[in-house]
Design a binder for this molecule. Sequence first.
Ligand code: NAP
Length: 281
Amino acid sequence: MSILIDGKALAAEMRQQLAERVKQFKAQRGKEVGLAVVLVGEDPASQVYVRNKIRACEEVGIRSFAYRLPAETSQQEVEALVDELVAAENVHGILVQLPLPKHLDERKILRRIPPAKDVDGFCAENVGNLAMNRETIVACTPFGVMKMLEKYGIDPKGKSAVVLGRSNIVGKPMAMLLLNADATVTVCHSKTQNLKEVCAAADILVVAIGRAKFVTADMVKEGAVVIDVGMDRDENGKLCGDVDFAAVKDKASYITPVPGGVGPMTITMLLYNTVLAAERS
Ligand code: NAP
């Protein structure tokens, strides 16, 4: 039987610590920590994400500035808003909720956010710094995974780590973080051959592919640490991960559940990055 990595509990603990840091910042600098969130259009999932982020800010005392713009907002208007937020002293972090409506040039908009306010950790400079193992702002989801490993005393040093998925927001930064922590890292994707064998050799297996219950017990080494980033729906429409939890839990030494694993850590790390950006400002 494996040990469950409780992301919900760790997120709650970290939010308490962040609330303290927010208070200290206010006492020392005489102003609030501020996060601006820009949402363009009416995508229902994005609306929920933005609402959750704003609620999480309130929980730790971060001042949030929400901008909900109509779907037909022009490139020029979005860029002007971002420029305004870049200049605003009370805004320490800027988050543009993706995806943007198709007529907008996402890259051009994101490029206007300076690395110091890029609390998503998506810009080229922050990603470059991560690749070079320098001080930076790290993408929230993989950063949250590292915090979970740390909390449970799992040191990646010298371990064989396999990251399944190579997206810019999860897989790639995850691989870089594990490499920076001295793991021997293999990154797999849809063109990887012998996927089962590669995964089954991992001491630490991080899965982020968006395929419900894709990782089965035969893909997992006895005693491996299994981190499930996936947020999928099963055949009954119930939330599940990329890992077949019921089958894998008896083989893994540690495993994250879905829900209650990586998910709660992602928003917490956004708050963490915002506080860090404020403290560094
Ligand atoms: P993504 O951009 O769609 O990337 C998926 C990656 O998985 C790609 O690299 C793809 O390979 C690979 N892949 C897909 N099917 C595969 C297969 N059958 N075998 C091997 N590799 C395969 O996804 P993402 O944004 O990284 O998200 C991944 C999952 O994590 C989703 O379920 C998402 O909802 C979830 N997520 C959760 C959180 C959280 O807070 N818990 C945050 C972000 C994402 P190619 O590159 O070859 O196409």
